[in-house]
Design a protein around this ligand. Structure first.
Ligand SMILES: Nc1ncnc2c1ncn2[C@@H]1O[C@H](COP(=O)(O)OP(=O)(O)OP(=O)(O)O)[C@@H](O)[C@H]1O
Ligand SMILES: [Mg+2]
Length: 425
């Protein structure tokens, strides 16, 4: 499709790429050559998206200009750092003489551009929308864009480009059909402001086709099609199905004769402590969620809630917080058992929860009563790590403490139902 042009570039990008020792593959050439003000690259994992974007950003910073400002944004600082680090490495190797300031810890690189002007590149996280306020931008790169929470693009990013008529390059592996899909579709339409590409991982000639084929055999088909095929599929990487269908209940006070179980995920550094209490039939009757507070307060809060539910037995993930908290719970009179987390034991916990939800063995609070829990469950996903392992986890920027607490509670319900004679304490 023919795209509306950005203002005429004043540098020969391909010559610069050569200086960097970068030879774009044919898909990357198309992206670099496009002059559409909004470019959307929705391609499979390892396609070369991050490298392509990093080089494009650095080339933009070299353009003659009195002053220019470009941002690299991603859902988290870790992800933004991936692009930023590529830029820093190339700048270090090939543009040492142009570097004015390079502070990786501040995610800020200032270079002297080809006309002797000053160009700045900054790395930002969409996790922290306050940091997205402010200046007008000449260009903007968004990596892992499909994982950005909705409205970040519209409310915080796109208007940064208006003043200076800046361009944006949004790159991502597809993930469902949210706002990123809508932008991608615009790029396929007659809107000449937008241009988009959708290519599988196999179009990166630097990847080993044999390895990709092995992945095809290893991964659930829909996950493979999304991650390596680059296809926009609804719910493809979703681990928990049937969540909304299970979310029909109100909170429920304790029945004096009822038997209750609980799952407890204790806050680590940045997350929440979550307690989920479930009755013997698998109905979630109570949840509590609070930011990290003093351990003594957490223990008192858990004790008060479990006391209200007839001394519910608490399955606890103690990983990362250690024995002392667990002991404090026991000393306070909370009936609790530890669930040691390893990769294998966590996978078993997640699988059990997925199965129970699929079979309607759990009844969850309605979405408006427990929005954070329902959101976390629906967002929890399969992902392919850099080393190629398939994992289940919360996407960047999301928490998983409600999921873990629910899974821990569901685990005891399941075990109790299956082996009624077992005693825990
Ligand atoms: N034009 C190229 N020349 C040489 N190697 C390349 C090229 N493009 C990509 N690669 C290599 O392919 C691999 C994947 O690249 P990159 O990390 O940029 O892909 P990605 O699409 O961002 O992957 P992910 O989905 O994991 O984020 C890297 O090892 C990268 O160095
Ligand atoms: Mg990448």
């Amino acid at each position: 499709m023919k795209a509306k042009r950005q203002k005429k570039p004043r540098i020969n990008k391909m010559a610069i790429f050569k200086d960097f020792g970068y030879e774009p593959h044919p898909g990357q050439v198309e992206v670099h050559s496009s002059r559409a003000p909004r470019r959307i690259v929705a391609c499979g994992v390892r396609w070369g998206k991050t490298l392509c974007a990093a080089i494009e950003g650095l080339a933009a910073a070299l353009e003659p200009n009195e002053r220019s400002m470009g941002w690299i944004v991603a859902p988290t600082y870790d992800l933004a750092d991936k692009v930023f680090r590529e830029i820093v490495v190339i700048a270090h190797e090939h543009l040492q003489h142009r570097i004015i300031t390079m502070r990786e810890s501040d995610r800020r690189l200032v270079i002297r551009n080809l006309s002797g002007g000053i160009s700045e590149i900054r790395g930002k996280s969409a996790d922290n929308p306050v940091s997205l306020l402010g200046e007008g931008l000449d260009w903007l790169i968004v990596d892992e864009a499909a994982r950005l929470k909705p409205l970040i693009w519209e409310s915080h990013l796109s208007q940064r480009l208006i003043d200076k008529k800046g361009w944006a390059l949004l790159i991502s592996t597809p993930k469902g059909k949210g706002w990123f899909y809508d932008l991608f579709r615009k790029g396929q339409s007659n809107d000449r402001h937008f241009q988009s590409w959708n290519l599988p991982s196999t179009s990166n000639p630097h990847l080993d086709a044999k390895v990709i084929n092995e992945e095809r055999n290893r991964l659930p088909e829909r996950v493979f099609l999304q991650e390596y095929g680059g296809q926009f599929l609804e719910g493809a990487g979703q681990v928990f199905r049937n969540v909304r269908e299970c979310a029909t209940e109100d909170w429920k006070d304790a029945d004096p004769k009822g038997i209750y179980y609980a799952g407890l995920d204790l806050a680590k550094i940045n997350d929440y402590t979550v307690l989920v209490i479930i009755d013997h039939s698998g109905r979630v009757v109570f949840t509590d969620r609070f930011h990290r507070v003093d351990w003594s307060i957490q223990v008192a809060r858990v004790k008060a809630a479990t006391d209200r539910y007839n001394g519910a037995l608490v399955n606890t993930d103690t990983t990362g917080v250690g024995e002392p908290v667990f002991e404090a719970l026991r000393t306070a009179g909370v009936r609790c058992m530890p669930y040691p987390f390893t990769q294998k034991s966590k996978a078993a916990l997640v699988n059990n929860l997925a199965l129970m939800l699929e079979k309607n063995d759990l009844a969850l609070p309605k979405p408006d009563l427990w929005p954070e829990g329902i959101d976390e469950l629906e967002a929890f996903e399969f992902s392919v790590s850099d080393s190629g392992n398939v994992r289940t986890n919360a996407p960047s920027g999301y928490h998983d403490d409600c999921v873990v607490a629910l899974a821990l509670a569901a685990w005891i319900v399941k075990r109790r139902a299956g082996r009624p004679s077992i005693t825990w304490l």
